[in-house]
Design a protein around this ligand. Structure first.
Ligand code: ZN
Length: 268
C-alpha cells in the first residue's frame, strides 16, 4: 500500500457517511478458518448435507456420529476466536461518527463483541437463535452458542437420538425448539433490503476481507457505486469487487493506521 493511497482513503473516511461491508477475511485474521477455501470445512463436509437445515435434520437421525464430528469442527472454529485490530478500528470509526453501520457476511458476532453498535448480518448470526415454532429471535452469547453445540454433540453421540428438536435449545417465549439464526445454503439472506439501503446511501463503502463472490450480498459494492458512493477495498489479493481505491494487505494491518489518519482530521 502506498502512503498516497492511504491518505486519499483517509480523507474520504474523514468526511463521514461511510458504511463498512465485511467478509471472511476479517474473521480469518481473528482465528476463524475460512469455510470455503481448500481444506476448509466445506471442502471436507458436503455443504448440500451439512450446510442445509434439512440435511442437518436428516443427518441427526441417520448419521449422528458424522454430524457430531461436523459440529465438533464448528465448535473448534469458533471457540478460539476473538475480535482483532480490524474489528476494533471499525468501532473507533463508528464512535467518531464517521461510520454509519457495518454490513457483514460473517456469522460469528465478532463485530458486536468488539463494540460495533449497528451491525447488519446478511448471513445471519450464531449470536442469535430463532424459534422453529413461533419465529421469536433472541440473542445468545458465544458461550451459550458453544454450550448449545456441546449439548448437541453429546446428544448425537448418545445411543439414541429421539428427534432433532431434542438437541436444540428452547425458545424463551413458547418453549419450542430454537435453531442458530444463521442463513444456511439455499436460504434467503437476512435484512438484505436494509443492507442495500445502507450501501446505496453511503458516501463511502469500505469493503474489507471479501471476494464479492457470494451473491446476492456480493452485489452490494456495485449497488453502492451506481448510487454514487466511492468504494474503498481492503484485501490481501485480487477480488471481484469493482473498487475506486484498493488498499492491499491484511485488514488488521491496513485499517488501524488508516483509521488513525482519518481521525486525525482533515489536512491542509
Ligand atoms: Zn418460540
Amino acid at each position: 500500500m502506498t502512503g498516497h493511497r492511504r491518505a486519499e482513503a483517509a480523507a474520504l473516511l474523514a468526511a463521514g457517511g461511510a458504511v463498512a461491508f465485511t467478509g471472511a477475511g476479517i474473521s480469518q485474521e481473528s482465528g476463524i478458518p475460512t469455510f470455503r477455501d481448500p481444506g476448509g470445512i466445506w471442502d471436507r463436509f458436503d455443504p448440500d448435507e451439512y450446510g442445509t437445515w434439512e440435511g442437518v435434520a436428516r443427518l441427526a437421525m441417520e448419521r449422528p456420529d458424522d454430524l457430531a464430528s461436523f459440529l465438533a469442527e464448528l465448535r473448534a472454529a469458533f471457540a478460539g476466536a476473538a475480535p482483532g485490530p480490524a474489528h476494533r478500528s471499525l468501532v473507533e470509526l463508528e464512535r467518531a461518527g464517521l461510520l454509519d453501520a457495518v454490513i457483514t457476511q460473517n456469522v460469528d458476532g465478532l463485530h458486536q463483541e468488539a463494540g460495533s453498535e449497528r451491525v447488519v448480518e446478511v448471513h445471519g448470526s450464531f449470536s442469535r437463535t430463532s424459534c422453529l415454532a413461533c419465529g421469536h429471535r433472541e440473542a445468545a452469547t458465544r458461550s451459550e452458542f458453544l454450550e448449545g453445540l456441546d449439548r448437541a454433540i453429546l446428544g448425537l453421540r448418545a445411543a439414541f437420538v429421539p428427534s432433532m428438536a431434542s438437541l436444540l435449545p428452547r425458545c424463551s417465549r413458547c418453549g419450542g425448539p430454537a435453531r442458530p439464526d444463521f442463513v444456511a445454503f439455499g436460504e434467503a439472506p437476512h435484512d438484505l433490503a436494509e443492507a442495500e439501503t445502507l450501501a446505496r446511501g453511503s458516501r463511502v463503502l469500505l469493503v474489507v476481507g471479501t471476494h464479492g463472490e457470494v451473491f446476492p450480498a456480493g452485489a452490494l459494492p456495485d449497488a453502492a457505486r451506481e448510487a454514487g458512493a466511492t468504494v474503498i477495498e481492503v484485501s490481501r489479493g485480487d477480488t471481484h469487487i469493482g473498487a475506486d481505491l484498493r488498499l492491499r494487505g491484511e485488514a488488521g494491518r491496513v485499517l488501524p493506521p488508516l483509521v488513525r489518519e482519518a481521525l486525525s482530521g482533515p489536512r491542509s
